[in-house]
Design a protein around this ligand. Structure first.
Ligand code: SF4
Length: 320
């Protein structure tokens, strides 16, 4: 029986879009893009509705590697019930240092999820008390996600939706998500196109990611936090790479120009995974000096909202 939570929670945009019929139009658009796949900047052109696959390896149906409350995300996403993470298999990037390669490189990891199954996962996470629905690596399965929403809405889904992606997203596909996604959480991975070609297998990553992040910001604006939890807006993750490969200073300046109030998580947990050992300089842990230099550069750019700011200040306030 459908739940009625409108009194306790503001009605999410995807509920309104479902009621006006616009959500169905978005689904139709997304399925058209799937027929000659242009969902992401790779534009493989394969007919995924017929089971053909491109770079990401996923065809007509998404596979969900796992789902459940996740307590390892940013505090503002976790709350007391965890972030309701749904890990999609396959990926449209080919990061040589991927920490999830058992999922990202195995497009059929986990069971196939039809709209009912995916909606069921979302509703289970809501019943568990999660703070949001956190779609992890969603860029190649946007139609699949949209198709699940009417079912989920009919059964009472009301949680905010987090789009937790690598940043390699098409602006046209993101337009299909306007009013659906509440919180965009893209990576800002590397700034330089040569490094992007080598480490991400996507030389156009920097320009594509900038266009995508700009569109995400246009849709949702600066991150809004209500009662300690992210409610709406943009949260950018920046994993600092050894020897300045991520281009932290450039990203800092660009994000500041986007908005001085961009919320940035400067992350220092780089460790060599996947094929990273084969690449010069990527075969070791990040040093504290490298992390702090990146954080300092971001601060100098004028940015003023950092995730875990006090911890970073303490870490970087002693000489290195
Ligand atoms: S979503 Fe997959 S098949 Fe479609 S363009 Fe991107 S990588 Fe290619």
């Amino acid at each position: 029986m459908p739940m009625n939570n409108d009194s306790a929670h503001s009605r999410p945009g995807y509920v309104r879009l479902h009621e006006t019929g616009e959500l169905q139009e978005r689904i139709d658009d997304a399925l058209r893009a799937l027929r000659q796949c242009t969902l992401c900047p790779r534009e493989c052109g394969v007919d995924r509705t017929q089971g053909e696959t491109g770079f990401c390896g996923v065809g007509r149906r998404a596979h969900v590697a796992s789902f459940g409350p996740h307590f390892g995300e940013e505090d503002i996403l976790v709350g007391s019930g965890g972030s309701g993470a749904i890990f999609f298999s396959g990926c449209n990037l080919g990061c040589v240092f991927c920490q999830n390669e058992d999922i990202s490189r195995v497009p059929d990891a986990g069971p196939e999820a039809d709209p009912d199954g995916l909606a069921g996962a979302m509703l289970d996470l809501q019943r568990c008390g999660c703070a949001n629905i956190n779609l992890v690596t969603p860029s190649h399965v946007v139609p699949h996600i949209l198709e699940a929403l009417p079912v989920a809405v009919e059964h009472g889904l009301y949680l905010p939706i987090v789009y937790n992606c690598g940043g390699y997203d098409s602006v046209d596909t993101l337009a299909m998500l306007e009013g659906v996604v509440d919180i965009y959480m893209p990576d800002a991975k590397v700034w330089d196109s040569y490094i992007a070609a080598e480490l991400l297998r996507a030389s156009d990553y920097p320009e594509r990611a900038r266009a995508a992040i700009r569109e995400m910001y246009r849709q949702t604006g600066d991150l809004v936090i209500e009662q300690g939890l992210a409610a709406k807006g943009l949260l950018v993750r920046h994993l600092v790479l050894p020897e300045g490969r991520a281009g932290s200073e450039h990203w800092g300046k660009w994000l500041f120009e986007l908005s001085p109030d961009t919320w940035v998580n400067v992350m220092g947990q780089y460790h060599p995974c996947a094929q990273a050992m084969l690449f010069d300089g990527m075969d070791r842990l990040l040093t504290r000096k490298e992390l702090c230099e990146a954080f300092t550069a971001m601060q100098r750019s004028g940015l003023r909202r950092f995730d875990g700011e006090n911890r970073l200040f303490r870490l970087c306030s002693v000489p290195y």
